[in-house]
Design a protein around this ligand. Structure first.
Ligand code: SF4
Length: 499
Protein backbone atom coordinates (compact mmCIF):
# COMPACT_ATOMS: atom_id res chain seq x y z
CA UNK A 1 0.00 0.00 0.00
CA UNK A 2 1.32 3.43 -0.88
CA UNK A 3 1.68 5.74 2.12
CA UNK A 4 -0.56 8.76 2.05
CA UNK A 5 1.37 12.02 1.94
CA UNK A 6 0.59 14.15 4.96
CA UNK A 7 2.00 17.49 5.78
CA UNK A 8 1.97 17.39 9.58
CA UNK A 9 1.60 20.74 11.26
CA UNK A 10 2.47 21.70 14.82
CA UNK A 11 -1.09 20.97 15.91
CA UNK A 12 -0.89 17.37 14.76
CA UNK A 13 2.34 16.75 16.62
CA UNK A 14 0.94 15.46 19.89
CA UNK A 15 -1.02 12.62 18.34
CA UNK A 16 1.88 11.65 16.12
CA UNK A 17 4.60 11.54 18.80
CA UNK A 18 6.77 8.44 18.39
CA UNK A 19 7.29 6.48 21.58
CA UNK A 20 10.85 5.24 21.10
CA UNK A 21 13.85 7.46 20.36
CA UNK A 22 13.81 7.55 16.55
CA UNK A 23 16.99 7.40 14.47
CA UNK A 24 16.92 10.08 11.81
CA UNK A 25 19.14 10.20 8.73
CA UNK A 26 19.70 13.49 6.91
CA UNK A 27 20.83 14.25 3.36
CA UNK A 28 21.69 17.91 2.81
CA UNK A 29 21.99 19.09 -0.79
CA UNK A 30 22.99 22.44 -2.27
CA UNK A 31 24.83 25.36 -0.75
CA UNK A 32 26.19 26.12 2.76
CA UNK A 33 22.98 28.12 3.45
CA UNK A 34 21.01 24.93 3.04
CA UNK A 35 23.55 23.11 5.21
CA UNK A 36 22.89 25.54 8.07
CA UNK A 37 19.15 24.86 7.69
CA UNK A 38 19.93 21.13 7.93
CA UNK A 39 22.05 21.73 11.03
CA UNK A 40 19.20 23.67 12.63
CA UNK A 41 16.68 20.93 11.82
CA UNK A 42 19.06 18.26 13.16
CA UNK A 43 19.56 20.33 16.31
CA UNK A 44 15.82 20.70 16.85
CA UNK A 45 15.26 16.96 16.29
CA UNK A 46 18.13 16.01 18.55
CA UNK A 47 16.95 18.31 21.31
CA UNK A 48 13.48 16.76 21.04
CA UNK A 49 14.94 13.30 21.63
CA UNK A 50 15.89 11.94 18.18
CA UNK A 51 19.21 10.31 17.42
CA UNK A 52 20.85 11.59 14.22
CA UNK A 53 22.56 8.91 12.16
CA UNK A 54 24.81 9.02 9.12
CA UNK A 55 23.60 5.58 8.00
CA UNK A 56 20.37 5.76 6.00
CA UNK A 57 19.93 1.99 6.16
CA UNK A 58 19.54 2.09 9.95
CA UNK A 59 17.32 5.20 10.08
CA UNK A 60 13.64 5.15 11.08
CA UNK A 61 13.10 8.48 9.40
CA UNK A 62 14.94 10.01 6.44
CA UNK A 63 15.07 13.71 5.62
CA UNK A 64 16.25 15.10 2.28
CA UNK A 65 16.96 18.85 2.44
CA UNK A 66 16.69 19.83 -1.20
CA UNK A 67 18.09 22.49 -3.51
CA UNK A 68 16.08 24.00 -6.34
CA UNK A 69 18.43 26.68 -7.65
CA UNK A 70 18.74 25.42 -11.23
CA UNK A 71 17.50 22.41 -13.22
CA UNK A 72 20.55 20.30 -12.41
CA UNK A 73 20.03 20.87 -8.68
CA UNK A 74 16.33 19.98 -8.95
CA UNK A 75 17.18 16.74 -10.75
CA UNK A 76 19.74 15.83 -8.09
CA UNK A 77 17.12 16.53 -5.41
CA UNK A 78 14.53 14.30 -7.08
CA UNK A 79 17.07 11.50 -7.66
CA UNK A 80 18.10 11.64 -3.99
CA UNK A 81 14.48 11.53 -2.80
CA UNK A 82 13.83 8.44 -4.93
CA UNK A 83 17.06 6.84 -3.74
CA UNK A 84 16.15 7.47 -0.07
CA UNK A 85 12.62 6.17 -0.74
CA UNK A 86 14.22 2.78 -1.47
CA UNK A 87 15.06 2.52 2.23
CA UNK A 88 11.34 2.46 2.95
CA UNK A 89 11.01 -0.58 0.69
CA UNK A 90 14.14 -2.55 1.53
CA UNK A 91 15.39 -0.95 4.77
CA UNK A 92 14.16 0.13 8.15
CA UNK A 93 12.83 3.58 7.26
CA UNK A 94 9.18 4.23 7.96
CA UNK A 95 9.02 7.84 6.96
CA UNK A 96 10.55 10.09 4.29
CA UNK A 97 10.48 13.87 4.78
CA UNK A 98 11.42 16.35 2.06
CA UNK A 99 12.57 19.80 3.15
CA UNK A 100 14.13 22.88 1.55
CA UNK A 101 13.88 24.89 -1.64
CA UNK A 102 12.18 22.21 -3.73
CA UNK A 103 9.28 22.33 -1.26
CA UNK A 104 9.01 26.12 -1.58
CA UNK A 105 8.84 25.73 -5.36
CA UNK A 106 6.76 22.53 -5.79
CA UNK A 107 4.95 21.91 -2.51
CA UNK A 108 1.70 20.62 -4.02
CA UNK A 109 3.42 18.79 -6.87
CA UNK A 110 5.48 16.77 -4.39
CA UNK A 111 2.38 15.95 -2.36
CA UNK A 112 0.47 14.88 -5.46
CA UNK A 113 3.15 13.10 -7.46
CA UNK A 114 5.58 11.61 -4.93
CA UNK A 115 3.56 9.24 -2.74
CA UNK A 116 6.83 7.96 -1.22
CA UNK A 117 7.13 11.31 0.57
CA UNK A 118 5.30 11.43 3.90
CA UNK A 119 5.73 15.08 4.81
CA UNK A 120 7.18 18.32 3.44
CA UNK A 121 8.86 21.19 5.29
CA UNK A 122 9.59 24.52 3.56
CA UNK A 123 12.58 26.78 4.18
CA UNK A 124 10.38 29.16 6.17
CA UNK A 125 9.09 26.58 8.64
CA UNK A 126 12.15 24.67 9.89
CA UNK A 127 10.52 24.05 13.28
CA UNK A 128 7.80 22.04 11.50
CA UNK A 129 10.41 19.27 11.10
CA UNK A 130 9.50 18.17 14.64
CA UNK A 131 5.85 17.60 13.86
CA UNK A 132 6.76 16.02 10.53
CA UNK A 133 8.98 13.54 12.39
CA UNK A 134 6.30 12.94 15.02
CA UNK A 135 8.24 14.59 17.85
CA UNK A 136 7.05 17.10 20.40
CA UNK A 137 9.17 20.26 20.69
CA UNK A 138 11.54 20.46 23.66
CA UNK A 139 10.90 23.30 26.07
CA UNK A 140 12.40 26.47 24.59
CA UNK A 141 15.05 28.20 26.74
CA UNK A 142 14.04 31.65 27.99
CA UNK A 143 15.01 34.42 25.55
CA UNK A 144 17.55 37.03 26.51
CA UNK A 145 15.52 40.16 25.81
CA UNK A 146 18.48 42.49 25.40
CA UNK A 147 19.58 40.56 22.32
CA UNK A 148 16.31 41.19 20.56
CA UNK A 149 15.44 44.75 21.46
CA UNK A 150 18.45 46.62 20.12
CA UNK A 151 16.90 47.83 16.91
CA UNK A 152 13.41 47.66 15.45
CA UNK A 153 12.92 45.08 12.73
CA UNK A 154 12.03 46.65 9.39
CA UNK A 155 12.77 45.83 5.78
CA UNK A 156 14.99 47.50 3.22
CA UNK A 157 13.29 50.14 1.05
CA UNK A 158 14.62 48.26 -2.03
CA UNK A 159 12.90 45.12 -0.80
CA UNK A 160 9.59 46.95 -0.25
CA UNK A 161 9.79 48.53 -3.69
CA UNK A 162 10.56 45.23 -5.39
CA UNK A 163 7.80 43.51 -3.47
CA UNK A 164 5.35 46.12 -4.81
CA UNK A 165 6.71 45.37 -8.31
CA UNK A 166 6.02 41.64 -7.87
CA UNK A 167 9.67 40.49 -7.45
CA UNK A 168 8.77 37.86 -4.88
CA UNK A 169 5.44 36.77 -6.39
CA UNK A 170 4.83 33.07 -6.77
CA UNK A 171 1.46 33.24 -8.50
CA UNK A 172 2.81 31.81 -11.73
CA UNK A 173 4.33 28.89 -9.84
CA UNK A 174 1.77 26.16 -9.83
CA UNK A 175 2.11 24.11 -6.68
CA UNK A 176 3.81 26.76 -4.52
CA UNK A 177 2.29 28.55 -1.54
CA UNK A 178 1.85 32.32 -1.98
CA UNK A 179 3.15 33.03 1.54
CA UNK A 180 6.86 33.89 1.60
CA UNK A 181 9.23 32.38 4.17
CA UNK A 182 9.91 34.58 7.21
CA UNK A 183 11.93 32.19 9.40
CA UNK A 184 15.36 33.07 10.75
CA UNK A 185 17.13 31.08 13.44
CA UNK A 186 19.00 32.72 16.32
CA UNK A 187 21.72 31.87 18.84
CA UNK A 188 19.24 30.06 21.10
CA UNK A 189 18.17 27.66 18.33
CA UNK A 190 19.85 24.27 18.73
CA UNK A 191 22.22 23.35 15.89
CA UNK A 192 24.16 20.14 15.27
CA UNK A 193 27.22 21.01 13.22
CA UNK A 194 27.77 18.85 10.14
CA UNK A 195 31.13 20.49 9.39
CA UNK A 196 34.49 19.60 10.92
CA UNK A 197 34.72 20.53 14.59
CA UNK A 198 37.11 23.42 13.90
CA UNK A 199 35.01 25.13 11.22
CA UNK A 200 31.41 26.37 11.12
CA UNK A 201 29.10 28.56 9.08
CA UNK A 202 26.91 31.26 10.59
CA UNK A 203 23.96 32.44 8.57
CA UNK A 204 23.74 36.17 9.27
CA UNK A 205 20.85 36.95 6.94
CA UNK A 206 18.24 35.19 4.85
CA UNK A 207 16.45 36.07 1.61
CA UNK A 208 17.48 38.59 -1.03
CA UNK A 209 16.07 41.87 -2.36
CA UNK A 210 18.14 42.09 -5.54
CA UNK A 211 16.40 41.96 -8.91
CA UNK A 212 18.81 39.62 -10.80
CA UNK A 213 16.69 38.36 -13.67
CA UNK A 214 18.21 34.84 -13.84
CA UNK A 215 17.61 34.10 -10.17
CA UNK A 216 14.59 32.67 -8.36
CA UNK A 217 16.19 32.61 -4.91
CA UNK A 218 14.23 35.68 -3.70
CA UNK A 219 11.00 33.88 -4.69
CA UNK A 220 12.18 30.77 -2.82
CA UNK A 221 13.71 32.36 0.27
CA UNK A 222 11.77 35.62 0.62
CA UNK A 223 12.75 39.21 1.35
CA UNK A 224 16.13 40.07 2.81
CA UNK A 225 16.20 39.96 6.60
CA UNK A 226 19.18 40.19 8.93
CA UNK A 227 19.73 38.40 12.17
CA UNK A 228 20.18 40.64 15.20
CA UNK A 229 23.78 41.81 15.64
CA UNK A 230 24.03 40.63 19.25
CA UNK A 231 22.53 37.25 18.37
CA UNK A 232 25.21 36.64 15.70
CA UNK A 233 27.95 37.66 18.14
CA UNK A 234 26.46 35.38 20.83
CA UNK A 235 26.37 32.44 18.40
CA UNK A 236 29.95 33.09 17.29
CA UNK A 237 31.12 33.16 20.91
CA UNK A 238 29.30 29.90 21.64
CA UNK A 239 30.86 28.21 18.60
CA UNK A 240 34.36 29.37 19.49
CA UNK A 241 33.84 28.16 23.06
CA UNK A 242 32.97 24.74 21.59
CA UNK A 243 36.30 24.61 19.74
CA UNK A 244 35.45 26.21 16.37
CA UNK A 245 38.42 28.21 15.04
CA UNK A 246 37.17 29.21 11.56
CA UNK A 247 33.85 31.00 11.09
CA UNK A 248 32.34 31.63 7.67
CA UNK A 249 29.49 34.14 7.56
CA UNK A 250 26.89 33.37 4.90
CA UNK A 251 23.70 34.79 3.41
CA UNK A 252 22.48 35.33 -0.18
CA UNK A 253 24.21 38.71 0.02
CA UNK A 254 26.14 39.30 3.24
CA UNK A 255 27.12 42.83 2.18
CA UNK A 256 23.51 44.03 2.77
CA UNK A 257 23.76 42.85 6.38
CA UNK A 258 22.05 45.20 8.82
CA UNK A 259 20.43 47.55 6.27
CA UNK A 260 16.98 46.35 7.35
CA UNK A 261 18.01 47.07 10.96
CA UNK A 262 18.95 50.65 10.14
CA UNK A 263 22.70 50.01 10.13
CA UNK A 264 25.23 51.45 7.71
CA UNK A 265 28.19 49.23 6.83
CA UNK A 266 26.62 46.56 9.02
CA UNK A 267 28.88 43.77 7.74
CA UNK A 268 32.01 45.80 8.51
CA UNK A 269 30.69 46.49 12.02
CA UNK A 270 29.86 42.83 12.52
CA UNK A 271 33.27 41.64 11.31
CA UNK A 272 34.94 44.18 13.55
CA UNK A 273 33.12 42.78 16.61
CA UNK A 274 33.56 39.12 15.71
CA UNK A 275 37.28 39.52 14.97
CA UNK A 276 37.77 40.49 18.62
CA UNK A 277 36.62 37.10 19.91
CA UNK A 278 39.69 35.53 21.56
CA UNK A 279 40.72 32.19 19.99
CA UNK A 280 38.91 32.87 16.70
CA UNK A 281 41.69 32.17 14.23
CA UNK A 282 39.94 32.74 10.88
CA UNK A 283 36.85 34.76 10.03
CA UNK A 284 35.51 35.08 6.49
CA UNK A 285 32.28 35.90 4.68
CA UNK A 286 30.89 34.71 1.37
CA UNK A 287 28.97 36.38 -1.45
CA UNK A 288 29.69 40.10 -1.66
CA UNK A 289 27.54 42.13 -4.06
CA UNK A 290 30.09 44.14 -6.13
CA UNK A 291 28.67 47.62 -5.56
CA UNK A 292 28.37 46.97 -1.81
CA UNK A 293 32.10 46.43 -1.29
CA UNK A 294 32.75 49.64 0.62
CA UNK A 295 36.01 51.23 1.76
CA UNK A 296 35.05 50.57 5.36
CA UNK A 297 34.49 46.88 4.63
CA UNK A 298 37.90 46.55 2.94
CA UNK A 299 39.64 48.52 5.71
CA UNK A 300 38.09 46.18 8.27
CA UNK A 301 39.37 43.10 6.41
CA UNK A 302 42.83 44.65 6.15
CA UNK A 303 42.93 45.74 9.80
CA UNK A 304 42.33 42.38 11.51
CA UNK A 305 44.88 39.58 11.21
CA UNK A 306 42.19 36.96 11.80
CA UNK A 307 39.88 38.15 8.99
CA UNK A 308 40.89 36.00 6.02
CA UNK A 309 42.29 37.93 3.09
CA UNK A 310 39.66 36.43 0.84
CA UNK A 311 36.73 37.90 -1.07
CA UNK A 312 34.00 35.93 -2.85
CA UNK A 313 32.32 38.48 -5.11
CA UNK A 314 30.02 36.96 -7.76
CA UNK A 315 30.13 39.25 -10.83
CA UNK A 316 28.01 37.04 -13.17
CA UNK A 317 29.26 38.79 -16.36
CA UNK A 318 31.47 41.62 -17.58
CA UNK A 319 29.53 42.91 -20.62
CA UNK A 320 27.45 45.98 -19.75
CA UNK A 321 24.69 44.86 -22.16
CA UNK A 322 24.37 41.43 -20.54
CA UNK A 323 24.61 42.83 -17.01
CA UNK A 324 21.81 45.25 -17.84
CA UNK A 325 19.57 42.41 -19.03
CA UNK A 326 20.57 40.48 -15.91
CA UNK A 327 19.29 43.53 -13.98
CA UNK A 328 22.56 43.82 -12.07
CA UNK A 329 24.40 46.75 -13.67
CA UNK A 330 28.14 47.35 -13.83
CA UNK A 331 30.64 46.69 -16.60
CA UNK A 332 34.18 45.40 -17.13
CA UNK A 333 35.84 48.75 -16.33
CA UNK A 334 33.90 49.26 -13.11
CA UNK A 335 34.65 45.71 -12.00
CA UNK A 336 38.36 46.02 -12.81
CA UNK A 337 38.49 49.22 -10.74
CA UNK A 338 36.72 47.47 -7.86
CA UNK A 339 39.22 44.59 -8.03
CA UNK A 340 42.09 47.08 -8.07
CA UNK A 341 40.64 48.83 -5.01
CA UNK A 342 40.27 45.49 -3.21
CA UNK A 343 43.86 44.49 -4.00
CA UNK A 344 45.36 47.80 -3.02
CA UNK A 345 43.48 47.97 0.29
CA UNK A 346 43.91 44.29 1.19
CA UNK A 347 47.37 43.22 -0.04
CA UNK A 348 47.65 39.53 -0.86
CA UNK A 349 43.87 39.06 -1.00
CA UNK A 350 42.50 36.05 -2.92
CA UNK A 351 39.43 36.90 -4.99
CA UNK A 352 36.81 34.40 -6.16
CA UNK A 353 34.01 35.14 -8.58
CA UNK A 354 31.36 33.33 -10.59
CA UNK A 355 30.12 33.95 -14.12
CA UNK A 356 27.20 32.70 -16.17
CA UNK A 357 27.67 31.89 -19.85
CA UNK A 358 24.84 31.90 -22.38
CA UNK A 359 22.48 34.37 -20.72
CA UNK A 360 19.70 35.21 -23.25
CA UNK A 361 21.00 37.64 -25.85
CA UNK A 362 24.70 37.01 -25.06
CA UNK A 363 26.47 37.64 -28.38
CA UNK A 364 29.96 36.63 -29.50
CA UNK A 365 31.00 40.24 -28.76
CA UNK A 366 29.60 40.01 -25.20
CA UNK A 367 31.43 36.75 -24.69
CA UNK A 368 34.68 38.29 -25.98
CA UNK A 369 34.30 41.06 -23.37
CA UNK A 370 33.94 38.41 -20.67
CA UNK A 371 36.97 36.48 -21.96
CA UNK A 372 39.08 39.65 -22.06
CA UNK A 373 37.95 40.51 -18.55
CA UNK A 374 39.10 37.15 -17.21
CA UNK A 375 42.53 37.70 -18.73
CA UNK A 376 42.74 41.24 -17.36
CA UNK A 377 41.44 40.46 -13.87
CA UNK A 378 43.68 37.40 -13.22
CA UNK A 379 41.41 36.21 -10.41
CA UNK A 380 42.43 33.52 -7.98
CA UNK A 381 39.30 31.40 -8.12
CA UNK A 382 36.58 31.22 -10.73
CA UNK A 383 33.34 29.26 -11.07
CA UNK A 384 31.45 29.30 -14.36
CA UNK A 385 27.82 28.22 -14.59
CA UNK A 386 25.90 27.47 -17.77
CA UNK A 387 22.75 29.59 -17.95
CA UNK A 388 19.71 27.61 -16.79
CA UNK A 389 16.30 28.82 -17.97
CA UNK A 390 14.23 28.92 -14.77
CA UNK A 391 10.48 29.29 -15.00
CA UNK A 392 9.40 32.25 -12.87
CA UNK A 393 12.66 34.15 -13.34
CA UNK A 394 12.67 37.42 -15.31
CA UNK A 395 15.07 35.93 -17.87
CA UNK A 396 12.69 33.06 -18.64
CA UNK A 397 10.55 35.42 -20.73
CA UNK A 398 13.48 36.93 -22.63
CA UNK A 399 13.90 36.08 -26.31
CA UNK A 400 17.21 35.34 -28.08
CA UNK A 401 17.96 32.21 -26.09
CA UNK A 402 21.50 30.95 -26.68
CA UNK A 403 21.72 27.34 -27.92
CA UNK A 404 22.75 24.81 -25.23
CA UNK A 405 25.87 23.75 -27.17
CA UNK A 406 27.10 27.34 -27.39
CA UNK A 407 26.44 27.90 -23.68
CA UNK A 408 28.50 24.84 -22.79
CA UNK A 409 31.30 25.61 -25.28
CA UNK A 410 31.61 29.12 -23.82
CA UNK A 411 31.68 27.73 -20.29
CA UNK A 412 34.46 25.29 -21.17
CA UNK A 413 36.41 28.01 -22.96
CA UNK A 414 36.38 30.24 -19.85
CA UNK A 415 37.41 27.36 -17.62
CA UNK A 416 40.37 26.54 -19.93
CA UNK A 417 41.45 30.17 -19.78
CA UNK A 418 41.20 30.23 -16.01
CA UNK A 419 43.11 26.95 -15.74
CA UNK A 420 46.14 28.60 -17.35
CA UNK A 421 45.82 31.68 -15.10
CA UNK A 422 45.44 29.51 -12.02
CA UNK A 423 48.43 27.29 -12.94
CA UNK A 424 50.69 30.33 -13.21
CA UNK A 425 49.48 31.96 -10.00
CA UNK A 426 49.78 28.69 -8.01
CA UNK A 427 53.36 28.26 -9.31
CA UNK A 428 54.26 31.63 -7.77
CA UNK A 429 53.35 30.25 -4.33
CA UNK A 430 56.05 27.56 -4.32
CA UNK A 431 58.56 28.26 -1.53
CA UNK A 432 56.17 30.49 0.44
CA UNK A 433 54.92 29.68 3.94
CA UNK A 434 51.31 29.81 5.11
CA UNK A 435 49.21 28.99 8.15
CA UNK A 436 47.38 25.81 7.26
CA UNK A 437 44.17 24.45 8.76
CA UNK A 438 44.65 20.70 8.53
CA UNK A 439 41.40 18.89 7.72
CA UNK A 440 42.58 15.27 7.89
CA UNK A 441 43.65 12.43 5.60
CA UNK A 442 42.97 13.19 1.96
CA UNK A 443 39.80 11.94 0.34
CA UNK A 444 41.87 11.29 -2.81
CA UNK A 445 44.51 8.99 -1.32
CA UNK A 446 45.41 7.76 2.18
CA UNK A 447 49.06 8.63 1.44
CA UNK A 448 48.36 12.35 1.71
CA UNK A 449 46.71 14.65 4.20
CA UNK A 450 44.92 17.84 3.21
CA UNK A 451 44.33 21.32 4.52
CA UNK A 452 43.54 24.89 3.52
CA UNK A 453 45.19 28.29 3.73
CA UNK A 454 43.18 31.46 4.44
CA UNK A 455 42.89 31.85 0.65
CA UNK A 456 40.85 28.66 0.30
CA UNK A 457 37.28 28.63 1.63
CA UNK A 458 35.83 25.32 2.85
CA UNK A 459 34.45 23.03 0.13
CA UNK A 460 34.84 25.67 -2.61
CA UNK A 461 38.44 26.29 -3.60
CA UNK A 462 41.51 24.12 -4.12
CA UNK A 463 43.37 22.38 -1.29
CA UNK A 464 46.89 21.97 0.00
CA UNK A 465 47.97 18.31 -0.01
CA UNK A 466 50.54 17.46 2.64
CA UNK A 467 53.09 14.78 1.76
CA UNK A 468 55.65 15.58 4.44
CA UNK A 469 54.87 16.06 8.13
CA UNK A 470 58.29 17.70 8.64
CA UNK A 471 59.40 17.53 12.30
CA UNK A 472 56.09 15.94 13.42
CA UNK A 473 55.10 12.27 13.65
CA UNK A 474 51.44 12.99 13.22
CA UNK A 475 48.99 15.79 12.58
CA UNK A 476 45.70 16.52 14.30
CA UNK A 477 42.67 17.36 12.13
CA UNK A 478 41.28 20.80 12.99
CA UNK A 479 44.66 22.18 14.14
CA UNK A 480 46.69 24.94 12.51
CA UNK A 481 50.30 24.35 11.37
CA UNK A 482 52.83 26.32 9.41
CA UNK A 483 53.37 24.86 5.99
CA UNK A 484 55.77 25.50 3.11
CA UNK A 485 54.47 25.06 -0.42
CA UNK A 486 56.71 22.66 -2.33
CA UNK A 487 54.77 21.98 -5.55
CA UNK A 488 51.88 23.48 -7.46
CA UNK A 489 49.20 22.00 -9.71
CA UNK A 490 46.46 23.68 -11.78
CA UNK A 491 44.29 24.43 -8.76
CA UNK A 492 45.82 22.62 -5.80
CA UNK A 493 49.11 22.87 -3.95
CA UNK A 494 51.45 20.42 -2.26
CA UNK A 495 53.20 21.36 0.96
CA UNK A 496 55.25 20.17 3.90
CA UNK A 497 54.73 21.01 7.52
CA UNK A 498 57.50 23.16 8.95
CA UNK A 499 56.12 23.84 12.44
S1 SF4 B 1 22.12 38.68 -5.44
FE1 SF4 B 1 22.37 36.46 -5.67
S2 SF4 B 1 20.62 35.51 -4.58
FE2 SF4 B 1 20.14 37.70 -4.88
S3 SF4 B 1 18.92 37.74 -6.76
FE3 SF4 B 1 21.08 38.14 -7.35
S4 SF4 B 1 21.94 36.11 -7.83
FE4 SF4 B 1 20.00 35.76 -6.71
Amino acid sequence: MKPELTEITGEGAASAVLEARPRIGFVSLGCPKNLVDSEVMMGLLNQAGAEITGEPETADILVVNTCSFIDKAKQESIDTILQMAQHKVSGKAQKLIVAGCLVERYRDEIRKNMPEVDAVVGTGELEAILAAAGLAPAQAPPMEPQLFSILPSTSRPEGDLRESQGRFAREQWEGAEARLPQYLYDHTTPRLLATQKSSAYIKIAEGCDHPCSFCVIPNLRGKFRSRRFASVVAEAEQLVAQGVRELTLIGQDTTCYGEDLGMKDGLAQLLDSLARIPDLKWLRFLYAYPNKVTGRLLDTIARHDNICKYLDMPLQHASAAVLKRMRRGGNADIFLKTIERVRSTVPGVAIRTTFITGFPGETEADFAILSDFIRAAQLDWLGVFSYSDEEGSGAFDLSEKVPARTIEARRRSLMRQQQAISRKSRARLVGRRFDLLVEGPSEETPLLWEGRTEHQAPEIDGKVYINDFGPLDQLTPGQFYECEITESQDYDLVGRIVL
